[in-house]
Design a binder for this molecule. Structure first.
Ligand code: ADP
Ligand code: MG
Length: 255
């Protein structure tokens, strides 16, 4: 019998979030159906207040929906209790934030280890993996530094290494180049392209039109609804050889 195809990384079925304050209800995300396949590189765009952060917080299990279902890597995570949610969040989702969100008193190395400690990974495996991830983002020689001793671009590289720590099914990023100058932003975007080339599933909220030149898919939100969902036609490396100059998929565990 042929094997069943792997589930979509994300499947939203009527997912919605309404904030109620006093007698006012804000429909931050209206009933949304959306599927994201393994290996897709997607940008979520839209004007301020359109629901981008709400959607990202729901996808990252940082917030709970008020209606509908969210299947993450095949499991319905929309009704899980807090303990199960934190566990799944730690193992299945990697986060990259605009302001990096590193622990300032931890070394670079220890920052990358945080999700692995939480997942109670074996110590030798953790060290080996942190070394490989830091090598991948070009920061081996900064392992013992603290974030305050790094540039913004280097901090974001640490955050990207950390996001990969537990080999997540999904990497979510919220304006990951929003605090960086243009050149550094381009370098970080290139790093995301490399991850995409390795088969990673990436979804990022951005205002930056540069992303439309590199992502495969653009989902635009307007007033809490998906206003458009467009394939950009950007050439992808999926299913082909990794482009020259990128790190082998084995370095970060592949897709
Ligand atoms: P975006 O990230 O696209 O700017 P948001 O998802 O932050 O949009 O917000 C969508 C809508 O939900 C906005 O109208 C916003 O004011 C409202 N909203 C977001 N968070 C809350 C909250 N915690 N309580 C009440 N309303 C909120
Ligand atoms: Mg926002």
């Amino acid at each position: 019998m042929p094997e069943a195809p792997p589930p979509d990384v994300i499947r939203l079925d009527g997912l919605a979030k309404t904030y109620v304050t006093g007698d006012t209800a804000v429909h931050a995300l209206r009933e949304t159906d959306l599927s994201i396949q393994r290996g897709e590189f997607t940008a979520i765009m839209g004007p301020s207040g359109s629901g981008k952060s709400t959607m990202l917080n729901l996808l990252g299990l940082l917030d709970r929906p008020t209606a509908g279902h969210y299947y993450l890597d095949g499991s319905d995570v929309s009704r899980m209790d807090d303990n199960d949610l934190s566990d799944i969040r730690c193992r299945k989702v990697g986060f990259v934030f605009q302001s990096f969100n590193l622990f300032p008193h931890f070394t670079v190395f220890d920052n990358v280890c945080v999700p692995m400690r939480y997942a109670e990974m074996d110590a030798d495996e953790m060290r080996e993996r942190a070394d490989r991830l830091l090598e991948m983002v070009g920061l081996t020689n900064r392992a013992d530094h603290r974030p305050t001793q790094l540039s913004g671009g280097q901090c974001q590289r640490v955050a990207i290494a950390r996001s990969l720590a537990n080999d997540p099914a999904l990497i979510l990023a919220d304006e990951p180049t929003g605090n960086l100058d243009e050149k550094t932003g381009q370098e970080i975007l290139q790093l995301f392209r490399d991850l995409h080339a390795m088969g990673r599933t990436l979804l990022m909220v951005t205002h930056n039109p540069e992303y439309e030149k590199v992502v495969e898919r653009v989902v635009r939100l307007h007033d809490g609804s998906v206003a458009s969902d467009v394939r950009t036609g950007v050439e992808t490396w999926r299913g082909r050889a990794v482009p020259p100059g990128t790190v082998p998929a084995a370095a970060v565990g592949g897709a």
